[in-house]
Design a binder for this molecule. Structure first.
Ligand code: GDP
Ligand code: MG
Length: 208
């Protein structure tokens, strides 16, 4: 293969919106309704044959989404070249929370442009009732700087492939981001974070 890339991609959003389910569907094409709570961060790797010359390894960083981590999120964000922001279409408060996650990433990414895609998960529960909200979602994307939005269902495998391909396309078009050094930093950092102790001393409360 001529081109071989590794991309660090963040998966952000409040607890229970379906981040881990989204990752599991994308990586393993599986869904389980039982919850295994994410502690700090889970990693998953997806290999993708982008075209006949290009293989992409997507290293997904699935953050627990608990507020108590937010004053250390900059550690997790380092070296990321893209991000998915998830909310639960049945719980409006999770859409509000996603705006805060986006502010947090913007604040801590030192002005580096990171392509982002907003995902409204659990769309299987609203059965097409949301079509009229499209204009509102476009406005929100413009206002908060998301590059695109999709309604998805990790459960029924709706739009998962489309949404992920969209983000990867944006990352590929943003080639300033993925230098060999960036790749090295990302791998190094995932080793550091894996061996990090749980930050019990992290203050409760919020960073935004
Ligand atoms: P996380 O905390 O954001 O990682 O969320 P989880 O992936 O653990 O999911 C939280 C709950 O939502 C679990 O009970 C999942 O089975 C459920 N869930 C996740 N995705 C979907 C979906 O697309 N549709 C439905 N109906 N439930 C989902
Ligand atoms: Mg999780």
């Amino acid at each position: 293969m001529e081109n071989d890339y590794t991309f660090k991609v963040l998966v952000l959003g409040d607890p229970d919106v379906g981040k881990s389910s989204f990752v599991r569907r994308y990586v393993d094409d599986r869904f389980s309704s039982s919850r295994a709570q994410t502690k700090d961060v889970d990693f998953a790797l997806k290999h993708l044959h982008w075209d006949s010359n290009t293989i992409i390894r997507i290293q997904l960083w699935d953050l627990a989404g608990q507020e108590r981590f937010c004053n250390i999120t900059h550690i997790y964000y380092r070296g990321a070249v893209g991000a998915f922001f998830l909310y639960d279409v049945t719980r409006p408060s999770t859409l509000e929370a996603v705006k805060k996650w986006k502010n947090d990433l913007d604040r801590k990414s030192d002005g580096t442009f990171i392509p982002t895609v907003l995902l409204g998960n659990k769309c299987d529960q609203v059965c097409g009732k949301r079509k009229m909200d499209g204009g509102k979602m476009d406005d929100l994307c413009r206002e908060k700087g998301f590059d695109a939005w999709f309604d998805v269902s990790a459960k029924n495998n709706v739009n998962i492939d489309k949404a992920t391909r969209h983000l990867i396309g944006l990352i590929m078009a943003n080639d300033a981001l993925y230098s060999p050094n960036n790749f090295h930093d990302s791998i190094q950092l995932s080793m550091e974070v894996s061996s990090m102790n749980r930050p019990e001393e992290t203050k409760k409360g919020c960073c935004w």
